[in-house]
Design a protein around this ligand. Structure first.
Ligand SMILES: NC(=O)c1ccc[n+]([C@@H]2O[C@H](COP(=O)([O-])OP(=O)(O)OC[C@H]3O[C@@H](n4cnc5c(N)ncnc54)[C@H](O)[C@@H]3O)[C@@H](O)[C@H]2O)c1
Length: 321
């Protein structure tokens, strides 16, 4: 069993690679190679099997053809640019999130070995004037170019699977928090930084009010779900390969209260409240009342509380138990 992670240098890709390296098997078979590919040669991850690293630019078919081969049994397609950048740079978003996805799926189709392909979609495919709650089959009505590009990716995954070119599945990730590293261009970036920065003794800005609700999942659970997602049998996926990944809805107040419980009251004092009209406009179009019935039935799970998300960050990133 050989696994390729495209976007393997990113936050989720690195954690997924390390988790697979530790687990050692997937879909009932031993993993004999983990390949990590990203726009620059990604950092290798610890594993009991060989780990290879590759530079790939999914926006260019020739680059995709060099890296994606018929050797791989499972391919994770995580490479993308995030919502804020895709909104600000329309052409870049189309080249990477739209044509990049198409380039990878087309390469797989022509190879003919029909691997499992796991695609990271987003809850940003939902939005606008559709009734609550959001269920798996709610009409996709993205209110950003990023959301549109992910919705197109889902349709491609469905059609390439229906045609038998590959065995695809697409999971609409909730906002991943607490995300390690630096703030990025995602409009949701503050949903991690208001916890991460204060836990590191650094000031953070919250651009929305404390009653702002959103739908979250920890990186640890996300990786667990991506692994389970690859293991689902095709016949259990039904006629729509795309579904929500489970998460939970919390308000900013609940998120901060969870940090207080786990880390004491001092970190929250480092949060500065400063409204930002651009971010507010993007995130107001997002949906949060989600019912991920299908993935829950298939065995994917959410965090029990946001306190867990804070604890996982402290354990995994700060080495605190
Ligand atoms: N983190 C979240 O909250 C969240 C929420 C919903 C969906 N997602 C999706 O999950 C996936 C992983 O997210 P992440 O948080 O690890 O993001 P990330 O930005 O850390 O990782 C994405 C990776 O894709 C790579 N990439 C960008 N353009 C590329 C190109 N042209 N060719 C090859 N690689 C390229 C980047 O270098 C980066 O390492 C993405 O598809 C993202 O859209 C993430």
């Amino acid at each position: 069993m050989k696994v390729l992670i495209i976007g393997g240098g990113g936050v989720i890709g690195q954690k997924l690679g390390a988790a697979l390296g530790k687990k050692g098997h997937l879909r009932g078979r031993e993993i004999s190679q983990i390949a990590l590919a990203d726009i620059v040669d990604p950092k290798p991850v610890p594993a009991g099997c060989p780990v290879t690293t590759h530079a790939i630019d999914i926006a260019h078919r020739a680059s995709v053809d060099q890296v994606v081969s018929a050797d791989y049994d499972v391919i994770y397609l995580l490479a993308a640019i995030v919502s804020g950048q895709a909104e600000a740079e329309f052409e870049t978003g189309m080249n990477i999130n739209f044509f990049g996805t198409y380039n990878v799926l087309e390469r797989v189709r022509t190879l003919g070995n029909k691997p499992v392909v796991v695609f990271s979609s987003s809850i940003a495919v939902y939005g606008g004037e559709v009734p609550d709650p959001i269920i798996d089959h709610t009409f996709l009505n993205p209110q950003t170019s990023y959301g549109m590009q992910k919705a197109v990716g889902e349709l491609l995954i469905n059609d390439y699977s229906r045609k038998g070119f590959l065995d695809g599945r697409a999971f609409r990730l909730p906002t991943i928090s607490v995300r390690p590293g630096k703030a990025n261009a995602a409009a949701s970036s503050f949903m991690s930084s208001i916890i991460r920065e204060p836990l590191n003794g650094v000031e953070a800005v919250c651009p929305v009010t404390e009653d702002f609700p959103h739908y979250y999942l920890s990186p640890r659970k996300c990786v667990e779900n991506l692994i389970k997602g690859a293991e689902i049998e095709a016949q259990d996926l039904g006629m729509n390969r795309a579904m929500m990944m489970p998460g939970r809805m919390w308000t900013i107040r609940q998120v901060i209260d969870a940090m207080d419980v786990v880390a004491g009251p001092d970190p929250a004092k480092l949060i500065r409240w400063e409204s930002d009209a651009v971010i507010q406009k993007i995130v107001n179009g997002w949906r949060y009342d989600m019912r991920p019935e299908k993935s829950l039935k298939l065995g994917l799970t959410a965090d029990d509380s946001f306190e867990d998300n804070v604890r996982y960050y402290m354990q995994d990133e700060l080495g605190k138990s």
